[in-house]
Design a protein around this ligand. Structure first.
Ligand SMILES: [Zn+2]
Ligand SMILES: [Zn+2]
Ligand SMILES: [Zn+2]
Ligand SMILES: [Zn+2]
Length: 339
């Protein structure tokens, strides 16, 4: 992620809500897409102080009520109180339960971070009040009488809020032998299923099947049963970005999509800090990929020196690289039938 600058020149971060140096109010401006200092106006509206922006906005209601968001809402959107990412929520955690507000805050922080990159690379997001694109929706729920499974169906992403508990997550990670398990990773994976529905199924099904296999044979239910009985395919490392990806073409796509977003997020962050942005903006997959491999090796060595998990645990074989290249094409072409 980029860092940002306050009008006082102090650094601001993606989640900042005020400047620690000058105490100004700070928000993610929906117009210039920068975390920026805001001038608080008499009417209670905020004006973006970033040079050349000046957009008048109001704080997202989820910030006012719960301090879980830092995005602004354009004043033109008269009847909207929530920002464009909070608007996607259908169900939020029960805030009467102790600890749930903190879990929700972590979920929203991860969701905003992931969606910011998704928007930056130009992938469309279906909003609830539009009907031309499959609306993207989120439900953050706790186990009750029925256990809640994290997953995606028809634009709806359900996340079990216990994933926001780091002890649960680490236990599950070890149990499933995963190299990483994070909220950011969950959002990236489930969004992969969403973009399969939105961009692959109607426009790129043949190209998808050539790379990932036929999603109808075996059926998802059969593939899932086999996976939980026997584990990942033998030698999955030769063809897949993770063991889980070897379960079924849909999971392969979601895992590859998540890895593609990891790659874009890491390389744009590195480029930002090097102040040379041409690598990703060149829209050349090979350059992007090489940069990721180079940064990944460096970051893994940093993490290993501190005893942390690898930042980039994946092994990139030729078939995996071709799947990532397919994601790059999807991100560039959007909803189109031209392969
Ligand atoms: Zn400041
Ligand atoms: Zn602005
Ligand atoms: Zn919001
Ligand atoms: Zn999945």
């Amino acid at each position: 992620m980029h860092t940002f600058r306050c009008v006082c020149h102090s650094k601001l971060f993606f989640g900042s809500t005020n400047c620690v140096a000058c105490q100004r109010t700070v928000a993610m401006c929906p117009a210039c897409r920068q975390v920026s200092a805001m001038e608080v106006q008499d009417e209670g509206t905020w004006k973006c102080l970033r040079n050349g922006c000046g957009q008048v906005q109001k704080p997202c209601q989820n910030r006012v009520d719960h301090a879980v968001c830092n995005r602004g809402v354009l004043v033109e959107e008269e009847n909207q109180t929530l920002c464009t990412t909070c608007r996607l929520n259908q169900v939020i955690p029960d805030l009467n339960v102790a600890g749930n507000l903190e879990k929700w805050r972590r979920l929203e922080a991860a969701k905003r971070r992931v969606l910011y990159v998704v928007e930056a690379i130009g992938l469309p997001i279906g909003m609830p009040d539009q009907d031309e694109l499959l609306p993207l929706k989120f439900e953050f729920k706790a186990d009750g009488a029925q256990p809640v499974s994290t997953g995606h169906a028809n634009g709806l992403i359900v996340l079990n809020i216990k994933e926001a508990d780091s002890v649960h997550r680490e236990q599950t990670r070890v149990e499933f032998g995963e190299p990483q398990r994070t909220l950011v990773g969950h959002f990236r994976h489930e969004l992969g299923h969403y973009y399969w529905d939105l961009l692959v199924k109607p426009y790129q099904l043949e190209a998808f099947r050539e790379l990932f296999g036929n999603e109808e044979n075996p059926t998802y239910a059969d593939a899932q049963k086999a996976y939980y009985a026997n584990g990942p395919k033998a030698n999955w490392q030769q063809q897949y970005v993770s063991g889980y990806a070897s379960m079924h073409p849909w999971e392969d796509f979601a895992e590859s999509f998540a890895t593609y977003l990891d790659m874009v997020a890491i390389v744009t962050t590195a480029d930002h800090f090097e102040e040379e942005k041409q690598r990703f903006e060149a829209h050349d997959f090979d350059e992007l990929f090489e940069a990721y491999r180079e940064i990944g090796i460096m970051a893994n060595e940093f993490n290993r020196e501190i005893g942390l998990l690898d930042l980039v645990p994946e092994v990139f074989t030729e078939p995996v690289i071709e799947k990532l290249r397919f994601m790059h094409t999807l991100a560039e072409e959007g909803p189109t039938s031209e392969a």
